[in-house]
Design a protein around this ligand. Structure first.
Ligand code: C5P
Length: 309
């Protein structure tokens, strides 16, 4: 019997704190970061098919590669290898429905890879535990383990070593999407360049932010949001300065570039305020589109599995 397709829903992330260290010999930068999963999601369906491949739907689908460079497809190949299947002929198709901005600094590609791992684990009945899946996820990309885990987490190393963070409260965000994406390696490279040229400010210690998260007070948290990549993203895309200003003028407590950008995330006092800020920001003409989101939300999870067992 052909197994029923499996659909996994997976969230985007914002980095509430992103401290970037010096480049390592392997080209990666040592990070101390706090991720929060937010309620913007992709859905990835895996189904058994003779003709392997990827279909992508939704916003920005045209700019998602459907060949071997797609990170979700790399996830299929890696898991096929691990389970002694032919990675060239894995016998599955992926259907990706995008709700997370493409190349937006919200880890959309990583989210799809995490979703593919979880879905295939079920479709192929591999019975890999969370820890094993996280190890495989880390081989695919620095942000992939967090997309599996979700919630709020402290990430170290490349960002792949995770410890959950206490955040009992819901925070309300307005997310401003830019017209074009930014490539993550370019933004890290720009930060290295800026640091050779001058001494851009670095974010402080992470502990006060962890305390603010535990307290649940968005005003306290707003004062502590920080991202070392922001200077680099703004240097590459100077218009982001205007977007960040406009969000605060619209009533947000604080704004920050999300990860490597160019998406900006604005923290608001509550859900009503977020709706007002979103309306005003979308009228300001500083970004392509505006969304309201909340966090933390859970990581990748199966939303359809019709098998009887
Ligand atoms: O891990 P991932 O493949 O998602 O990273 C994409 C790129 O971002 C890396 O090739 C590297 O240029 C940059 N990066 C980095 N340091 C990190 C994470 C990512 O320099 N900790």
């Amino acid at each position: 019997m052909v197994p029923t397709p499996i659909t996994v829903r997976v969230p985007a992330k914002v980095n509430l704190h992103l401290a970037v260290g010096d480049p390592r010999p392997d080209g990666y930068h040592e990070l101390i970061t706090v991720f929060q999963a937010v309620s913007m999601t992709d859905e990835v369906t895996v189904l058994v098919a003779d003709e392997p491949g990827i279909d992508v739907h939704g916003e920005g689908a045209d700019s998602v590669p459907t060949g071997p460079s797609n990170l979700a497809w790399k996830a299929v190949r890696l898991l096929a290898e691990r389970s002694e299947r032919d990675p060239e002929e894995p016998g599955v198709r992926l259907s990706i429905s995008k709700g997370i901005p493409v190349a937006g600094g919200m880890a959309g590609g990583s989210a799809d890879a995490a979703a593919a791992l979880l879905a295939l684990n079920h479709l192929w009945r591999l019975e890999l535990g969370r820890d094993e899946l996280c190890d495989i996820a880390a081989q695919l990309g620095s942000d992939v383990p967090f997309a599996l885990q979700g919630g709020t987490a402290l990430g170290t190393g490349r960002g792949e070593r995770l410890v959950p963070v206490l955040a009992r409260h819901t925070f309300h965000w307005v997310i401003a999407l830019d017209r074009r994406g930014l490539e993550t390696p370019t933004v890290f490279g720009e930060l290295d360049r800026l640091r050779e040229e001058s001494k851009p400010n670095r974010v402080g210690e992470v502990e006060p932010l962890l305390e603010a998260l535990a307290s649940g007070d968005p005003r306290q948290l707003a004062l502590l949001l920080g991202n070392d990549l922001q200077a680099a993203a703004v240097s590459l895309r100077p218009g982001l300065r205007r977007t960040l200003r406009a969000g605060v003028q619209a009533g947000a407590l604080a704004g920050i570039v999300s990860g490597s950008g160019p998406t900006c995330a604005f923290l608001c006092t509550d859900a009503d305020s977020a709706v007002r800020v979103a309306a005003e920001l979308s009228g300001a003409g500083v970004c392509r589109t505006v969304r309201v989101a909340q966090g933390p939300v859970p990581g990748a999870r199966i939303v359809s599995d019709d098998r009887a067992d």
